[in-house]
Design a protein around this ligand. Structure first.
Ligand code: SF4
Ligand code: SF4
Length: 258
């Protein structure tokens, strides 16, 4: 490849600085378009001002819920560890009294008390997990999704103590031997890091709905809460809904229509 003398001197100068610093790059040489590539949305990516999920509790029976759990955990390489002390979960089932401990009044409909409810990270508007993280390994995106970066996670578990919903799991050991069928498209996690649901951020980038929504037969509705015409807005306009522990001020963005 032909390069001009001026170009050669520019690159040589930058290389010398890097060399003098023993590999610590004082000057970062970014290829043209590198930043664009990282930050530009892919064509066809699904976007929203505020992502939210609605669970239709009348349609979400146990068979459907287990299908959602299986799809999520398979795609995200969530290990299947039987020991509850080491369990990793992104989406799971709980009886009514555990899911909604603040809704235990006498006149709650009988069918609700007998049901199990599908739970996941609520992608809270005011997430305490984000506030306490010392390394910014967990943060909230503009569209409301609370993300996790395992490379920055130091395993202090402050976020787990701060989350009032039990939505985060800690890898007490290398979870890879417990993955049933490894998905090569998604990273696995090492011992000592936290993980949780992120509304399938990686699938939204590809223009796909979250995996659980896709297999839920309409029991999970996902969309933009800021869009008056979205399915989530339509259903929340016409049906009563509850959220988990709203009195804590976290402003959960997973709604359960009852
Ligand atoms: S449910 Fe828990 S982990 Fe998810 S955003 Fe809210 S506080 Fe954070
Ligand atoms: S365990 Fe990881 S994500 Fe959680 S607070 Fe500590 S560094 Fe942040």
């Amino acid at each position: 490849m032909d390069i001009s003398r001026r170009e050669f001197l520019r690159i040589a100068g930058a290389s010398t600085i890097v060399g003098v610093l023993g590999g610590w790059a004082a000057v970062e040489l970014l290829a043209p378009g590198k930043l664009e590539e990282k930050y530009l949305l892919k064509p066809g990516a699904l976007t929203a001002k505020r992502w939210a999920m609605v669970v239709d509790t009348k349609k979400m029976d146990e068979v459907t819920a287990n299908r959602c759990i299986e799809a999520c955990h398979r795609i995200h390489n969530v290990p299947d560890i039987a020991d509850p002390k080491h369990e990793i979960k992104w989406i799971w089932l709980e009886p009514f009294e555990n899911a909604f401990p603040d809704q235990q009044q006498e006149y709650v409909a009988e069918y609700l008390k007998e049901e199990s409810f599908i739970l996941l990270c609520n992608q809270c508007d005011n997430p305490p997990c984000v506030r306490v993280c010392p390394t910014k390994a967990t943060w909230k995106r503009e569209d409301g999704i609370v993300m996790m970066d395992q490379h920055r996670c130091i395993g202090c578990r402050f976020c787990m103590a701060a989350c009032p919903y039990g939505s985060r799991s800690f890898n007490w050991m290398d979870s890879r031997p417990f993955i049933k069928e490894r998905n090569p498209e998604y990273p696995t996690r090492e011992k000592g890091v936290v993980e949780k649901c992120d509304f399938c951020a990686e699938r939204l980038d590809e223009g796909l709905m979250p995996a659980c929504v896709e297999v839920s037969n309409g029991a999970l509705i996902f969309g933009d809460l800021a869009d008056f015409k979205s399915e989530v807005r339509k259903i929340l306009r016409t049906r009563y809904s509850i959220r988990r522990k709203p009195h804590l001020g976290t402003n959960p963005q997973v709604y359960y229509i009852v």
